[in-house]
Write a protein that binds this ligand. Structure first.
Ligand SMILES: C[S@@+](CC[C@H](N)C(=O)[O-])C[C@H]1O[C@@H](n2cnc3c(N)ncnc32)[C@H](O)[C@@H]1O
Length: 234
């Protein structure tokens, strides 16, 4: 399997508005993205370490950006296969070159897709995944609840959804919290204060297990939703 530029070739079904918005945001930033975000997108490496995929397992990242997480995960978990989608073709250009530079084109594939609605069978020839990860993307996607539903619907029975994102910083000093929120707004980032409630409701409906944490004094929120081995019968 390879990551080819043609994977993100022209297609009239592209989610053009979201693509335009994210391309505007990342056209130039993508060149400094990995160097700068390492200091404040906290918890990504813990998420990657916590994947622990079994041999041959498939892992999808929704909103894979520059491919930083996919590359790190593929190196840490050499027996798994990795897939990524992103709505920004600018970010995908960076991802494709990072994957290629690291010699990982046989283990990581990326494609253009919108996390709110995507068809992994059409994109990758894979109907569902053992793991789906979403790292600092829900806070940039207006219809983030739909992304959660889409992610869960493309998990195999017993599969796991791993999330890390900005929290509501409840245990940070007021001044730090106010500055941080103003700064995040510049990047169109909205911490999803309802994330735990939304995931709890999903867990109840599906009979899934939810682990939820707010590390770094609430700076981040992390979740792992584990589906039951057999889907719940109505
Ligand atoms: C802050 S970056 C996070 C990138 C990467 N996950 C990381 O942890 O470094 C957010 C990413 O979400 C992507 N994104 C935004 N809206 C999206 C959507 N509707 N579907 C898929 N990706 C989206 C952006 O293009 C961007 O690459």
């Amino acid at each position: 399997m390879s990551a080819y530029s043609s994977d993100i070739g022209a297609d009239t079904s592209w989610p053009t508005e979201a693509t335009r918005r994210m391309n505007r945001m990342y056209r130039w930033q993508r060149h400094i993205y990995d160097g700068t975000r390492r200091y404040y997108l906290l918890g990504r490496d813990q998420l990657i370490a916590g994947l622990r995929p079994s041999a041959g397992a498939s892992v999808l990242e929704i909103g894979c950006g520059t491919g930083r997480n996919l590359v790190a995960a593929a190196r840490l978990h050499p027996d798994a296969r990795f897939f990524g989608i992103d709505v920004s073709t600018e970010m995908l250009t960076s991802a494709i070159s990072a994957i290629s530079r690291r010699g990982l084109t046989d283990r990581i594939r990326v494609a253009h897709g919108d996390g709110t609605v995507f068809d992994p069978q059409a994109l990758f020839g894979v109907p569902s995944f053992d793991h789906v990860m979403i790292s600092y993307s829900l806070s940039m996607i207006p219809d983030w609840r739909r992304v959660l539903q889409a992610a869960a619907s493309h998990l195999k029975p017993g599969g796991r959804l791993h999330i890390v994102d900005f929290g509501n910083q409840e245990r940070l000093p007021d001044i730090a919290r106010a500055l941080l929120q103003r700064w995040l707004a510049l990047f169109d980032v909205t911490p999803r204060d309802d994330l735990e409630r939304e995931l709890s409701a999903m867990a109840d409906t599906a009979g899934a297990n939810l682990k939820f944490e707010r590390p770094f004094r609430g700076y981040a929120q992390c979740a792992v939703l584990t589906l039951p081995p057999e889907p719940r019968t109505p």
